[in-house]
Ligand binder design. Structure first.
Ligand code: HEM
Length: 132
């Protein structure tokens, strides 16, 4: 049995022992694709009419990314903090904000879309190279 949260009689509300990490990986990357696609749709067409839908879809996708990210963190890294995961958290926060900003600062969307790519690249370097 892998180390995890063992509550009273081995039952814990927060136990992730029964979850296959592949499920979290799949959810993490799928939610990332949905979040990225809808964020860039907002950049391409920041029509205020679509704002509500974009904020809803990117909000749900972003939440699923965070939950699956922490699922992986618990499952693979047993909640051992490291620099790369902290940087990823900031990347997640920054990227999540971009969709909403696109509607309020539509004139900045060229810059925002470049910033989005830079954030994604940093997050990918963190997870694949884990420099610290
Ligand atoms: C913009 C933000 C993020 C991007 C682009 C991103 C992207 C990715 C990608 C592509 C993977 C690798 C999947 C694979 O190779 O199977 C991954 C894995 C992972 N992510 Fe994220 N992620 C982000 C945010 C987060 C957040 C906020 C957390 C944290 C709590 C997190 C925790 C993890 C963990 C623990 C793994 C597993 C690493 C491993 O298998 O060694 N990620 N992420």
């Amino acid at each position: 049995m892998s180390p995890g949260a063992h509550g009273i009689n081995g039952v814990s509300l927060f136990s992730t022992n029964h979850m296959n990490p592949a499920f979290y990986h799949l959810l993490h990357v799928f939610a990332l694709l949905v979040l990225t696609a809808h964020t860039y749709m907002a950049f391409a067409n920041p029509d205020p009419e679509n704002r509500k839908r974009t904020v809803m879809i990117t909000g749900i996708a972003s939440l699923l990314m965070l939950v699956s990210g922490f699922g992986l963190f618990a499952k693979i890294y047993h909640n051992q903090w490291a620099g790369w995961i902290v940087v990823k958290l900031f990347c997640w926060l920054g990227f999540t904000a971009l969709g909403g900003i696109a509607y309020r600062k539509a004139h900045l969307r060229g810059l925002l879309s470049f910033l989005g790519l830079a954030i994604l690249l940093i997050a990918l370097v963190m997870v694949y190279l884990k420099p610290f």
